[in-house]
Design a protein around this ligand. Sequence first.
Ligand code: F6P
Length: 362
Amino acid sequence: MAKRLAVLTAGGDCPGMNAVIRAVVKTAINDYGMKVVGIEDGFLGLIEGRWHDLTYDHVSGILTLGGTILGTSNKADPFRFPSGEKAGTTEFSDISNEVIRNFERTGADTLVAIGGDGTLHICKGLSEKGVPVIGIPKTIDNDVDCTDYTFGFDSGASTATEAVDKIHTTAQSHHRVMVVEVMGRYVGWLALYSGIGGGGDIILIPEIPCDLEVVCRRVVERSRKGRRFSIVVAAEGAKITGGGTIVKKVVEESTDPVRLGGIADLVAGEIEGRTGLETRVTVLGHLQRGGTPTMFDRVLATRFGSKAVELAEQSKQGVMVALRCQDIDAVPISDAIAKLKSVPEDHHLIRCAVSVGTSFGV
Ligand code: F6P
């Protein structure tokens, strides 16, 4: 008998989620005659018993659509679900058994979960409790290990690059230093790619804590040479030597509770104070997660979605689809979440950026 799949999107949204859903549903129907059920709002839908059938009609015309037609949530970890409050603090409980019962009620043989590191941790937990899970790596941060790229990264980095391009106009016209804060909680891929792609003069990433003296010196040197503007591209998770990341708030019930923000303000304040050069800040925020996916992400999302269905048909479980040297492979979820994929300090893109005169503030 043909299999039945349940698909959900969890964690932060990003361009390409709908392209994956479309690929899963179309491949399941066209190649294997499977039925697909869509879980609403990520794991919250499995907790609250909300899902519906996904037909060809539901996914026609969504290839280029940003966001997710299924909805998502980053506050619904079945292993640590907010269950109430005691003395002003949120209490959590493990409701994974209820989630598993609900998954069984969907009638699906395999759960296809589209998400980042937090989602994949939940997948590993469910897989260890016997749920057949296949993961599909998404995030604009590109921090999931064992895959060359997550889908969503190319689109987010393209948006950030375009923003850095546009910031140049005001920087040049007003002879200002412009600090652009891009996303990237723990890793600097977004800042690195958009910094190189947008021609940033200084790139600040979490993996390389920066020395503000060096940053200021670079800005002043450029000014003395007649380049009367500078662009700094800073990952939200960038650090100053000896300091930590700047936490804006903590969302206790989230799968990744820390919300960052403020590094650009800090760096800009220091540059202006130490050099006397007018320095402004632009925080790109969720703009980077919005809009239509790039061609690269549409293709990657389609390949990921189709491969996930092929693996489900072969009764593979506990694996994540991954892009490895042009091919789409399956890797154990436990390997993919063993560590975050950060930027190695000797990465060829860092060497390349330095060769064209970009500083990392060290
Ligand atoms: O993980 C993706 C990401 O966009 C990070 O870059 C960012 O720190 C975080 O999500 C923001 O999450 P939220 O949308 O919940 O504020």
